[in-house]
Design a protein around this ligand. Sequence first.
Ligand code: SAH
Length: 359
Amino acid sequence: MHDDQTQNRQTMEAADLKSMDISQLAVFLGSLGEPPFRAKQIFEWMHKKRAVDLEQMTNLSKDLRSRLRQSAKLTVLRPVRVQTSKLDGTKKYLFALEDGNSIESVLMRYRHGNSVCISSQVGCRMACRFCASTIGGLVRDLSPSEMLEQIYRVEADCGERVSHVVVMGTGEPLDNYDNLLQFLRLLSDPNGLPISQRNITVSTCGIAPKIRALADEKLQITLALSLHAPTQKKRERLMPVAAQYELCEVMEACDCYFAKTGRRMTFEYSLIHGVNDTPEDAEELAALLAGKNCHVNLIPVNPVRERDFVQPDGYETLAFKNKLEKYKINVTIRRELGRDIDGACGQLRKKYEEGCGGA
Ligand code: SAH
């Protein structure tokens, strides 16, 4: 076997320390003959003190550090490009993963704090027609440590705390369910620098059985459903996943999420001119959501180079919102941030991989 193949195998088999909770770390350290209290020490080094190298963990013996280097790894993402919006200070990051893949994350600054939008997969297999992230299909799932690292590296870069996290970047989080759950637990672990579950939002295209499974976890996170159309027929045209999980089944799963967690659902609706933004669409949407304790987020569709979808103008967007409000639906129009820096999901990564470097 070639040297680099041997090295590859070693990297692949190395235990991913940053993806483990304290009890898993204790089991792993036990296998190295170490006492359980080491687990909390190492956990704090990674998640509280944000060590980027095992060598920084100075209360571990040299010998233990060297044994850890042989059998484990400390996942750290490398920023390869950072773009800052001149309009609103939004920052878009392109991170390199260990295996050469790259992912995007976005820092948005609001009055209520800093919010980071993270990716959950490299690429996506959901094939929503208006989305740039899905054009090359799914490459692979992200590990819990790779999801966490996006937040840690953004904090290190901007020198500020992140208070809110939205899992709305590239990928379908519920298609990477186990890693997502582990990530959510680590992110809100009181032994790290916890982010309150109430400040975490997970957005899904509507994988109904996984929404029900998530409801049973009884987390306090906000769940956002990418609705984008008020009827099954229209939704299928925009989102292939709708053929697999019908609208009524998805809405029932969302009701179940609210019933079990008490958390109000968010429904995302990307307005596409001439496709889903007519007064009839608004009426149908109001009927679909009638009586639900929910919030609707209207997002004028972000034009993607490979797609020919067009945003409604400001007047049409407002008319859609007003119609929903007439039916007493809670609704906001999402402020567009970072328009000048490849705002739409997946656009920066695509440009980078095509070699035109986010110019
Ligand atoms: N897979 C998840 C999360 C990633 S996408 C989901 O489907 O929810 C995050 C949100 O951005 C989703 O609501 C998605 O439908 C929306 N989105 C994707 N491309 C968009 C575009 N070009 N314009 C507006 N919204 C878009």
